[in-house]
Design a protein around this ligand. Structure first.
Ligand SMILES: O=C(O)CCC(=O)C(=O)O
Ligand SMILES: [Fe+2]
Length: 356
């Protein structure tokens, strides 16, 4: 369990301010708040969300993560996600690379529990999990999934309206009863040597979700805002989730919604001594939907001939490829684009932006 007496976020590092969106106002249909959300999503693609109502569920999830990471390593490894593009299960540290060459390995461990397994429990949809996860499937994981989905559907419905799509289009593409996404709980140990304090623990990337609903207590997350060439920290604010647009919404919206580059390095200042935990719910599209810019967005796509908003892949195939390409031992699919291990390149400068 992450300590409750963590040192404060340092005041001598560069941070990037995000808009703070009030979920209570969003639920109440406040148009000004919807406009602020739209502004955040179409500029940097990140925002803080307050009054999301998932604090207790998030805290229970962190407990689940701590209980599971306390199991012997061999036990966790029985549930390792493997190199075939499956994300559900346990990811050991060092299975992913943090640089484009695939030389430097990550230090993060992930626990990815499928929302389908959580909501169908005791039925197994995708796979089984360590005993500590099974024990909390109904009373911890499913309630968190429901809260996170509620938040993300509210946001999707606003984007749907702003994009001028027929009512319910984005929600249907992310239908709760169609198999899809995972959530993630991450543990990063403190760096072993002082020099490692600047090394990324999760390399630069854009999320291959539609929306990410993220909770962390220590610093370390950094963004590269559009038009900048230096990283800025994202300061965790107690009780505020950090939300961001992922590649799938960017793709569906022809780039109107921004999926922004970010990475994780060890926390700075006194926080560096502490284990760092993150909880994320990734809302992903249903597996059968073909990923391409939606028809009504075709005009926006035509105006950006240098960018590719067409994958010819279903969500399931695209997602599998993205997971495999992160794995050090992952085999590339025939016909797959060159393997950028991380998306250090800006999309505008490479022709297959959604293939990595
Ligand atoms: O740990 C964090 O703060 C962010 C993790 C992240 O960006 C990811 O898992 O995609
Ligand atoms: Fe991310």
């Amino acid at each position: 369990m992450p300590s409750t007496t963590l040192p404060p976020f340092p005041d001598n590092v560069r941070t990037h301010p995000f808009l703070i969106i009030d979920y209570e106002l969003i639920k109440a249909g406040d148009k000004d708040e919807e406009n602020r959300l739209w502004k955040a999503a179409t500029t940097i693609g990140f925002w803080y969300l307050k009054n999301h109502g998932a604090d207790q569920e998030g805290s229970d999830m962190f407990d689940m993560g701590a209980e599971t990471m306390a199991l012997p390593f061999e036990e966790r490894m029985k549930f390792e996600q493997g190199d075939e593009g499956q994300s559900f299960g346990y990811k050991k540290a060092g299975a992913n690379a943090v640089d484009a060459a695939g030389i430097n390995l990550d230090t993060s461990e992930f626990l990815n529990v499928s929302k389908d397994d959580a909501l169908a429990c005791p039925q197994v949809v995708h796979r089984t999990y360590p005993s500590t996860i099974n024990a909390r499937m109904e009373n911890t994981i499913a309630p968190f999934v429901r809260k996170a989905l509620g938040v993300n559907y509210a946001v999707l419905n606003i984007f749907n309206e702003k994009l001028g799509l027929p009512q319910g289009t984005l929600e249907r593409l992310h239908a709760v009863d169609e198999h899809s996404s995972s959530e993630r709980c991450i543990r990063n140990p403190p760096p072993q040597v002082k020099e490692a304090a600047e090394n990324p623990v999760i390399g630069a990337h854009t999320d291959f979700s539609s929306l990410s609903f993220l909770h962390n207590r220590l610093g370390g997350l950094q963004v590269m805002p559009p038009g900048h060439d230096e990283w800025s920290y994202v300061q965790p604010i107690p009780g505020h989730a950090i939300c961001n647009v992922g590649d799938v919404l960017s793709l569906f919206s022809g780039g109107i919604l921004q999926s922004n580059l970010h990475r994780v390095i060890p926390p700075s200042g006194a926080q560096v001594e502490y284990e760092r935990w993150t909880l994320i719910f990734f809302t992903r599209p249903g597996n059968s939907g073909v990923l391409r810019a939606l028809v009504l967005i075709a005009e926006a796509v035509k105006k950006q001939p240098d960018r590719n908003f067409k994958t010819d892949s279903t969500a399931a195939a695209w997602f599998t490829r993205r997971v495999k390409n992160y794995r050090v031992n992952g085999t590339r699919d025939i016909g797959c684009e060159p393997r950028p291990r991380t998306t250090l390149r800006r999309w505008s400068s490479h022709s297959v932006p959604f293939g990595s």
